[in-house]
Design a protein around this ligand. Structure first.
Ligand code: PLP
Length: 392
């Protein structure tokens, strides 16, 4: 008999009833060190007192009005994002995939509004992930996402990751945009080299295309910059943000330049909940913390400590681990042993991590992890690796 919850997830047999910073606590009181942070969502840890206060304060005043009316803290959050990014304007959503949908609709509308409606196709890269709507599974294009859900939405051309010549060849008179995750998340924590980001920007400029960055996983301080594209010194025209921006409250955003957004006039797009007062109260507080003096530098410093420790683990467990890659606190341990064996051994040692493609174990802890918590994480990963070695 089918379970009351649709069995569309392969869940671990763990459940948690409380959280505290980087710790998740089970009903029986067991404490797990959470290096997954709800897949890069709990950017400031669980039950962060500042976020709790922001949410509770808003919950007592007003939950929801719809976008029929002005929403003061939505405006404040948009102003914050505009001030600290390339963007001039922001549309709010409830999830990452909706933010990407807005990016794609906006890019199509831009070419429609500027008299070139034949330019509607977008180039994406193999191994990318943009969410689970019909539009965004077509965008990413992998068999794993699309199998059985056809026919697919037309308008996406897929190029192998890292194939610059293939990318050039894929640009036609119908191309509107290139879509890229500056650090592939689900695809295995693969940073796009800075020179490739610049190459994509140059191609976009040369051919009059829009550059769309999916920063849903790598944005909001995760890599040690507010947004990952900043490392390459390039700016996109449109960017999708979600996950960390809400710190656990569902919130996404499509950030755009004034030029790219010119087709999005009143009535062209909408969302009942998008940017509602509860979500924006939390979003504002998350940004306040992440933009505090020294916060992002601290992410980079903690990342250095963690990464150095991981290099040590790789050296002492060469049959389990192969290498570490990524940026900031978005790290991927490329494994030799099956990644799920490492993750399972992690569970046994009360350590949570997340799998990704290419046999990678993702390390995406809260951004405010302390030195002592990094050391504790490394001890537990070491114990997990010993267990994997013992089992083989
Ligand atoms: C998680 C993710 C999405 C989808 O976000 P949802 O909130 O699950 O819709 C899209 N793109 C990237 C890069 C992601 O990591």
């Amino acid at each position: 008999m089918i379970s009351p919850v649709l069995p569309s997830y392969a869940r671990a047999p763990l459940s948690f009833t409380e959280g505290e910073g980087p710790w998740l606590i089970s009903e029986s009181g067991d404490r797990y060190l959470d290096l997954g942070a709800g897949i890069a969502v709990n950017a400031l840890g669980h039950a962060n007192p500042r976020l709790v206060a922001a949410l509770e304060g808003q919950a007592r005043r007003l939950w929801h009005t719809s976008n029929l009316y002005e929403i003061p803290n939505q405006k404040a959050l948009a102003e914050r994002l505009v001030e600290h990014t390339f963007g001039d304007t922001v549309f709010f959503t409830n999830s990452g995939t909706e933010a990407m949908e807005c990016c794609v609709k906006m890019a199509r509308k831009y070419f429609h509004a500027t008299g070139r409606p034949e330019r509607y196709r977008m180039i994406t890269f193999s191994g990318s992930f943009h969410g689970r709507t019909l539009g965004m599974i077509a965008a990413a294009g992998s068999e794993k996402l699309t199998d059985g859900f056809g026919p697919m939405l037309d308008g996406f051309d897929h190029v192998a990751f890292g194939d610059h010549d293939g990318l050039k060849a894929a640009i036609t008179d119908e191309t509107a945009a290139i879509i890229i995750e500056p650090v592939l998340g689900e695809g295995g924590i693969k940073p796009v080299p800075a020179q490739c980001m610049r190459g994509i920007r140059d191609l976009c400029d040369e051919h009059g295309l829009l550059m769309i960055c999916d920063e849903i996983q790598c944005g909001v301080g995760r890599t040690g910059k507010l947004f990952a594209h900043e490392w390459a010194g390039v700016t996109p025209d449109i960017m999708a943000v979600a996950k960390g921006i809400g710190g656990g409250f569902p919130l996404g955003a499509c950030v755009a330049s004034e030029n790219a957004a010119q087709g999005m006039t009143a009535g062209s797009h909408g969302s009942t909940y998008g940017g509602n007062p509860l979500a924006c109260a939390v979003g504002c507080e998350v940004l306040d913390v992440v933009l505090e003096e020294g916060f992002l530098d601290r992410v980079s410093r903690i990342s250095g400590r963690l990464r150095q420790g991981l290099e040590g683990l790789i050296a002492s467990h060469p049959d389990v681990f192969e290498s570490v890659r990524g940026e900031g606190l978005m790290l991927g341990l490329v494994c030799k042993a099956p990644n799920m064996d490492v993750i399972q051994a992690g569970y046994d040692n009360h350590l949570l991590s997340v799998p990704a493609a290419e046999n990678v174990v993702r390390i995406l802890p809260p951004l405010n992890l302390t030195d002592a918590e990094v050391d504790e994480a490394l001890r537990r990963l070491d114990a997990a690796a010993c267990q994997v070695e013992g089992a083989s």
